[in-house]
Design a binder for this molecule. Structure first.
Ligand code: PGU
Length: 407
């Protein structure tokens, strides 16, 4: 008799973004003809750049001729791409070898799957609020108890609020796997080197492993802020880093990411090299490599021309962020983030609940955002606006908030 994985029943709600899409659709059906401005999901909107298109085209061309055609590639990724990714770390003073780079079809699957190489009894610590994948993947894996008021039993929540500038100190209690995201989704906060060092020190002392999600690293313009955790001394002993071409090069639909599993990484009972080989084993069994065409696009994205073009795209989205921040501030709202990150984190007016504000913004302004409570209990009373979008749409949304939002 087949039974389902009952851990799915513990998930407190449907996945956040489909839920937003569902409510938006219901609103449009109830208000035919209404134009809705979507600042909910962090989804890129601007066309791929010329260098990347050339790379992708080359990838397709190779498949057109038997002499250059390739079928299955290495599960870990094309060695040229692994090398190029490793090389990009050297510029930041971090020495990463190609053999520590695992190319994937995006940061989300890696963020969800990485827990599977750690023990079932690992204590999980997450920033609260956080990108929901870290919590949900561990709930599904059975590392938590039931959820009560949006808090899962057995998880360590590291509260991120106004009092700590939305970045926590390491937990008081022992945690084994610590998920950190900087620049942060959803708060837009970016950890300083000192803040990351505190976590690296904690992890080394407790033989914990940090899962560092750097998907928005390229949005950091302040040169004093770390763009990889490996800028911190000792991080290779205790941190795995996940990253993506999605937000950097517009690959949200194209799909390409990577994970760094350093050979020096240690855990209780795992000597140097062990965790790297476990992730290799996991990927070889459950993943057949990223698309060969797409990897050619990734290589092009890492070329000098590709990077210059992508930097312009990022500037464009960060211009959107400025429009949002300035507009909301002029309306008298309290606003965080949006400076070194493409998310604006606003405090709901009059202490409104996040989902109530979602409905209010949709009804009064026709603007879709993301309720803060969807990212964890400490997100209640906050709301995320994404800076991804065409400028005209962002301008319209901000104008509508200024004119129509009743405070
Ligand atoms: N990591 C973080 C911190 C993210 O915010 C996102 C996307 C990803 C990873 C996914 O990267 P991929 O390489 O594209 O897989 N967050 C978006 C999209 C929602 C989602 O479900 O991924 C967001 O709006 O939060």
């Amino acid at each position: 008799m087949a039974r389902v994985n009952a851990n799915y029943d513990k998930l407190a709600a449907g996945y956040l973004f489909p839920e937003i899409a569902r409510r938006t659709k219901a609103f449009i059906e109830a208000n035919p003809g209404a134009t809705v401005m979507r600042l909910g999901i962090g989804n890129t909107t601007e066309a791929l750049t010329p260098a990347i298109l050339d790379g992708l085209r080359q990838g397709v061309e190779k498949l057109a001729d038997n002499s250059t055609y390739t079928g299955y590639g290495d599960e870990q990724g094309d060695s040229r791409l692994r090398q190029a990714i490793a090389g990009s770390y050297a510029e930041r003073g971090a020495q990463i070898e190609a053999g520590e780079v695992f190319v994937s079809d995006g940061a989300k699957p890696d963020a969800a799957n990485i827990q599977s190489i750690f023990s079932q009894d690992a204590v999980i610590a997450v920033q609260d609020p956080a990108y929901p994948v870290y919590v949900d993947s561990n709930v599904i894996a059975g590392r938590t108890g039931e959820s009560r008021d949006g808090t899962y039993e057995g998880l360590v929540y590291m509260r991120c609020d106004e009092s700590n500038g939305f970045f926590p100190h390491p937990p008081e209690q022992k945690a084994d796997l610590i998920y950190l995201c900087s620049p942060n989704n959803p708060t837009g906060a970016v950890a300083s080197k000192e803040q990351l060092k505190e976590f690296v020190d904690y992890a080394r002392k407790n033989k914990a492993v940090i899962i560092f999600d750097a998907a928005y690293a390229e949005y950091i313009s302040d040169k004093s802020l770390p763009r990889t955790i490996y800028e911190i001394e000792g991080a290779k002993e205790c941190a795995i880093e996940i990253n993506s071409f999605s937000k950097t090069a517009g690959f949200t639909g194209v799909r390409l990411g990577w994970t760094i599993v350093p050979k020096a990484l240690l855990a209780e009972g795992a000597e140097a090299g062990k965790i790297n080989s476990l992730w290799n084993r996991r990927q070889c069994t459950m993943f057949n490599g990223a698309s060969n065409v797409v990897q050619e696009g990734g290589l092009a994205a890492l070329s000098q021309k590709g990077r210059t073009e992508s930097a312009r795209l990022i500037e464009y989205y960060m211009g959107n962020a400025r429009v949002i921040v300035d507009g909301l501030k002029s309306k008298g709202l309290t606003v965080y983030g949006g400076v070194n990150a493409p998310y604006v984190w606003l405090k709901t007016p009059n202490g409104m609940k996040s989902w109530d504000f979602f409905d209010k913004l949709l009804n009064e302004c026709r603007v879709v955002g993301t309720p803060g409570s969807g990212f964890g209990p400490a997100g209640e009373g906050f709301f995320r606006l994404s800076a991804f979008g065409h400028r005209e749409n962002i301008d319209k949304a901000v104008e509508s908030i200024k004119v129509n939002l009743v405070l």
